[in-house]
Design a protein around this ligand. Structure first.
Ligand code: HEM
Length: 209
């Protein structure tokens, strides 16, 4: 077991820096320091931030099952940080689209949001993520009580919308979104199973026999 001090001053900063590394790599690749962004740099940046967004959503969703399966309770201390990184990467993905891809052309932007369903879905997911990030502080959590729990349960909806958004715009090979969809299904399935077990412990035991 890691001490509270080690967790706060060693492990958490290491995890924080590790989570920031993919963003740093996008920046250094943009300036040709570590690699390149290829023939279509804007699309590459957009896609990389999008993929990181979905990955961090799934990582944040995996914290509770991992904590319960391994018994390592300290994992819960990383959930907020990982959730905020999911928000950060999705927001960077959105900003890339807004500024670099659409060039802040508001008429086109509104049309895209209304007329392209995969973008509408992405926007709904982003709004939910913004609400969760804005209420992620302890003081607000205490003040909101059960409403906080309900709002933060929407992370599952964000996962579903994110994968759906990804799948919808894939042109040829759907293997990658299918992998993310399978991981999400497993995480959601685990949560449903746990909930049923809590409501009816006997039924859940019989289901595993
Ligand atoms: C939870 C929210 C979101 C997630 C997880 C997400 C994730 C993704 C992923 C994984 C991709 C595909 C990357 C690839 O092809 O390698 C993508 C593409 C894209 N996303 Fe999102 N996204 C989200 C929200 C948004 C929002 C809010 C917008 C804009 C309003 C947006 C606009 C786009 C666009 C324009 C593409 C590229 C489509 C293309 O290549 O033709 N996304 N997104």
């Amino acid at each position: 077991m890691i001490s509270q001090k080690q967790l706060r001053f060693v492990v958490k900063p290491i995890v924080f820096v590790a989570c920031l590394l993919p963003a740093a790599l996008i920046v250094t690749d943009t300036f040709g320091l570590t690699g390149s962004l290829g023939a279509n740099p804007i699309e590459e940046i957009l896609d990389r931030f999008g993929i990181l967004g979905i990955q961090f959503i799934l990582i944040a969703l995996a914290v509770t099952p991992l904590r319960q399966l391994t018994g390592w309770t300290q994992l819960a201390r990383f959930r907020r940080m990982l959730g905020l990184f999911a928000f950060f990467y999705v927001f960077m993905h959105f900003l890339t689209w807004l500024v670099l891809d659409r060039g802040l052309a508001w008429q086109d932007i509104l049309e895209d949001i209304v007329k392209r369903p995969f973008i509408t879905i992405g926007m709904i997911a982003l709004v939910l993520l913004i609400a969760m990030a804005a209420t992620s502080f302890n003081r607000l959590r205490q003040r909101m009580g059960r409403r906080w729990q309900k709002l933060h349960c929407s992370v599952y909806a964000v996962g579903v919308l994110g994968v759906w958004h990804y799948w919808w715009q894939v042109k040829a090979d759907a293997l990658e979104p299918a992998i993310y969809a399978s991981i999400l299904t497993a995480l959601l399935g685990y949560r449903v199973y746990k909930r049923r077990k809590r409501r009816n412990p006997r039924e859940a035991v019989l289901a595993t026999q």
